[in-house]
Design a protein around this ligand. Structure first.
Ligand code: NAP
Length: 354
């Protein structure tokens, strides 16, 4: 039975990331010893936020240098650990070379980390940060689901190197993780499939795509309006709790969709208009689909015509019941996540008043 054992360390890959920051905090607050695998342990600016939370927490943090593409580089960090949280994977939507920038680090990186798990006898459980992107590629996929809703049984079968390559990278990586896990019996795999993550970061200037997206609601980029595009959202703090429970709930098993709310762009904008609309150029109009189809690719390279056709004016609907039932998760209101996130961008100078 897996228990919170304060004597045995746990490891987090990509500890400097947005999602990982709150996982590390949750673990340190519990009094655990965290082995933080990072690309550059000399980068004081990046580590400063983790150091600040570690100073106030009962747990301890230790840094190890590792890279997803450097075979064997996770060995030192993993030695003696009982749980491995594998969060590291590039989350970028605008890429020139999807194979090199997304697929290789996601797929080969997952293989690299899990082969190390196979060599490390102390590891009992791996919690993998996958994504809802491994469940679906486009909102249009909803029509092909057995129950008209995305569930843990559904897999993304429509992404490719040329269409939604980030989603493709997450799908290939998660499939590889299950394949490696099924070849042995010593360690079990619990997979977290979050929707779009929002909420304040441990590092207020994190580089995650979540920051880029929500910043656009306040920097004028979306001032003309937003498409009616459905999506799920999850607060980064609730997501950290989900990872923690996935690690230490003995019966946790399989995939978990971690998504608090089925929503869309106009609903997210409406929350911000209420509190910040008089000071920031928050979008107030809904753009027609034909306009997004026509102009989208010119404004944003990641918004292809195919993406517009398969996503705009289509809802997103995911069933988050398994996580609620089996992990006892409770989700905060979307309004709190959006306002806390936006306020952090104002306070840190990422967003300026008009
Ligand atoms: P992030 O802040 O950009 O974090 C990505 C992490 O991966 C960073 O720590 C980065 O290290 C690390 N990384 C990238 N390439 C690496 C490499 N070659 N070797 C070692 N580490 C590498 O993005 P995030 O949003 O927190 O994403 C974390 C995880 O959550 C990813 O697996 C992502 O797919 C998943 N996810 C995110 C969302 C979301 O909306 N944010 C939704 C669903 C799933 P550096 O700090 O050194 O760059």
């Amino acid at each position: 039975m897996l228990q919170v054992d304060k004597q045995t360390p746990v490891m987090v890959t990509g500890a400097t990331g947005y999602v990982a920051g709150w996982i590390v905090k949750r673990l340190l607050d519990e009094g655990l010893s965290v082995h933080a695998a990072v690309r550059d342990p000399q980068n004081k600016e990046k580590l400063k936020y983790l150091n600040q939370i570690a100073e106030k927490a009962p747990g301890k943090i230790k840094y190890f240098k590792a890279d997803l593409l450097d075979q064997g580089s996770y060995a030192q960090a993993m030695a003696g650990c009982q749980v491995v949280f594998h969060t590291a994977s590039p989350f970028i939507l605008n890429v020139k070379d999807p194979q090199k920038e997304l697929i290789d680090p996601a797929l080969l990186g997952t293989r690299n980390v899990l082969e190390e798990v196979n060599r490390t006898a102390s590891v009992k459980r791996v919690v993998l940060t996958s994504s809802c992107a491994a469940i679906y590629s486009d909102n249009a996929d909803l029509e092909r689901t057995p129950k008209g809703v995305f569930t843990e049984e559904v897999w993304n079968t429509t992404s490719s190197l040329t269409h939604q390559p980030y989603s493709y990278s997450k799908t290939l990586a998660e499939r590889e993780a299950w394949k490696i896990n099924e070849q042995q019996t010593r360690w079990d795999l619990v997979v977290i499939n979050p929707s779009l993550v929002i909420g304040p970061g441990i590092n207020p200037r994190a580089t995650s795509e979540s920051f880029k997206l929500i910043k656009q609601f306040g920097d004028g980029a979306m001032k003309p309006g937003v498409p009616h595009l459905g999506m799920g959202v999850i607060d980064v703090r609730d997501l950290a709790e989900a990872h923690f429970r996935a690690a230490f709930t003995p019966a946790a098993k399989g995939r978990y969709i971690i998504s608090a709310h089925n929503t869309d762009y106009p609903a997210l904008a409406a929350i911000l208009v209420e509190k910040y609309g008089d000071r920031y150029p928050i979008p107030r109009r809904v753009l027609p689909k034909w306009l997004v189809w026509l102009v989208g690719p010119l404004v944003n390279k990641a918004m292809t015509r195919k993406m517009a056709a398969l996503n705009v004016n289509r809802p997103f609907k995911a069933d988050n019941g398994k996580g609620v039932r089996e992990l006892g998760l409770q989700y905060r209101p979307m309004k709190e996540s959006m306002n806390d996130f936006f306020q952090q961008m104002i306070d840190s100078g990422v967003l300026r008043q008009r």
